[in-house]
Ligand binder design. Structure first.
Ligand SMILES: Cc1cc2nc3c(=O)[nH]c(=O)nc-3n(C[C@H](O)[C@H](O)[C@H](O)COP(=O)(O)OP(=O)(O)OC[C@H]3O[C@@H](n4cnc5c(N)ncnc54)[C@H](O)[C@@H]3O)c2cc1C
Length: 460
């Protein structure tokens, strides 16, 4: 590799790129990372972390409301958006600096610039500087899509801008039914906005278990979020001091802010991929094999730019596996099955494994165990809410293949349940485990009665 300026050139200093760069350097590689915006990438700067901070902020409303049943008198609530955003920004800046320090300690050079490929071994920075690298890692992530171009789309914001609004909007319209749309609906509603969520499909959270989708929708509506499905935004018209959002149904909804969150696309444009002969897959991301190698033998890609499973821990795992494979002498493929995930809505969703629909399509027999109950806290708070717990079981092997929860702490529960599901625990193993009382999670080991059992229907 002596003919090259570096052993590894990483494009993108987000979750996947930073992990890959650090581990490659620890394996002895000379590494440079180019980052065009801020180190840490989407997750740290305008994704998971700031989002969760806003989610925490939004949940205080429910806590204050619930407190009365427990004997507390809470003075008149008031909320200051400017304070929240300033505090959030301070924490994000601290994390960004920590990422820089980690790379620095590992001996990784960071170039604050956009980079593109000129050929399979050459990257060019915005100022024209070139770097010749033995290996190149594309870790450029993804970006918000706006969906259809409609009149007035220029007035819409994406999740990127939602983190930096100068003023707190009292009325918000959000278009989208995925986890980002649903989470921001909860954030704005919890902080005090009137929120209308608009989704063209039949129900929110496509791809999640149908019971989860329905349960969450009911809970969101009970918290005052208006959920309109089967329609979309047709135009955003500027009215005096606000926007008038025209829906495909012909109705108008007033809004101070209109957010579009119909999905995200991989950052593959203007990267020089064609020049380097890197191919794009059918899913719109960079095409890779199980070791994250692209169609060019010295170029790899990890994270959202490959559009496999777009989650931070997956990007990190792929980046680590790449570095071990190429620089650690330990070829490592990432197992993309049974990845737990959460929606930080209010209430929260935690899930791992197959949905009931997926299981019924794949397994000869599917057993379903379901429980819906009022959480203990709601007895005194008087809140009209219920928790959903659902286990999807392979009826022949008794393995638990899916675990789905909606309720307080669902994300934390999903992370722990994922270990059992990944290890192949059976329903009998769950039943054998003594409950931890009083918790919501104990329901996972006390669901004795099958709710339903299905044999796979023969293909026609
Ligand atoms: C609002 C929101 C909430 C989310 N919440 C969660 C969550 O709760 N849990 C979870 O697991 N995931 C969450 N995600 C997804 C998560 O953020 C991503 O999966 C993760 O950041 C992907 O990491 P990555 O390394 O592939 O890309 P990124 O983190 O996006 O990093 C890519 C980096 O490349 C840089 N870049 C792009 N092009 C170039 C170029 N040509 N030259 C130089 N630099 C370039 C970008 O500036 C960026 O910093 C969320 C995402 C969003 C948007």
């Amino acid at each position: 590799m002596a003919d090259y300026d570096v052993d590894l050139f990483v494009i993108g200093g987000g979750s996947g790129g930073v992990r890959a760069a650090r581990i490659a350097a620890e394996h002895g590689a000379r590494v440079t990372v180019a980052e065009e915006y801020r180190l840490g990438g989407t997750c740290v700067i305008r994704g998971c972390v700031p989002k969760k901070l806003l989610v925490y902020a939004s949940r205080f409303r429910g806590e204050f409301e619930d407190a009365a049943g427990f004997g507390w008198t809470v003075p008149q609530m008031s909320f200051d958006w400017t304070t929240l955003i300033a505090n959030k920004d301070r924490e994000i800046a601290r994390l960004e600096a920590a990422y820089g320090a980690t790379l620095n300690r590992a001996g990784v050079k960071v170039v604050k610039s956009r980079a593109l490929l000129l050929d399979a071994h050459t990257a060019q920075m915005a100022n024209g500087d070139r770097v010749r690298a033995a290996y190149i890692l594309i870790a450029t992530g993804g970006a918000p899509s706006y969906g259809d171009s409609i009149p007035g789309i220029e007035h819409a914001i994406s999740s990127n801008e939602a983190f930096h609004l100068p003023e707190f909007p009292r009325r918000v319209v959000i278009q989208g039914g995925g986890y980002i749309a649903v989470e921001f609906a909860g954030i704005f509603a919890g902080l005090g906005s009137h929120v209308t969520l608009i989704y063209r499909g039949e129900n929110i959270l496509r791809g999640f278990d149908d019971d989860v989708r329905q349960h969450l929708r009911v809970e969101m509506e009970a918290r005052g979020i208006r959920v309109l499905t089967g329609c979309k935004v047709a135009a955003i018209e500027k009215a005096e001091g606000h926007y008038s959002v025209r829906l495909s149904s012909g109705n108008h909804v007033p809004a101070e802010r209109v957010m579009f969150a119909p999905g995200r696309h991989p950052n593959v444009a203007k990267l020089g991929l064609k020049e380097a002969a890197v191919e794009i897959a059918k899913n719109g991301g960079v095409a890779v094999d199980e070791y994250s190698r692209t169609t060019v033998q010295n170029i790899y890609a990890v994270g959202d730019v490959t559009n496999r499973i777009n989650l931070t821990p997956v990007a990190i795992r792929e980046g680590h596996a790449f570095a071990d494979t190429v620089f650690g002498g330990k070829p490592t493929a990432v197992d993309h099955t049974t990845v737990p995930t959460a929606v930080f809505s209010e209430p929260e969703v935690g899930t791992v494994g197959l949905t009931e629909t997926q299981a019924r399509a794949r397994l000869a027999r599917t057993d379903v165990y379901k429980a819906m109950f009022k959480p203990l806290k709601a007895t005194l708070s008087g809140r009209d809410t219920s928790v959903l717990m659902k286990l999807v079981v392979d009826g022949l092997s008794d393995r638990v293949v899916g675990c789905h929860m909606v309720g307080e702490g669902a994300a934390e529960m999903a992370q722990v349940a994922a270990i059992a599901v990944k290890m192949g625990a059976t329903k009998a193993d769950f039943d054998e485990t003594i409950a931890l009382h009083p918790t919501a999670a104990e329901e996972l080991v006390t669901m004795r009665k099958k709710t339903a059992s299905y044999a796979r229907e023969a293909a026609e």
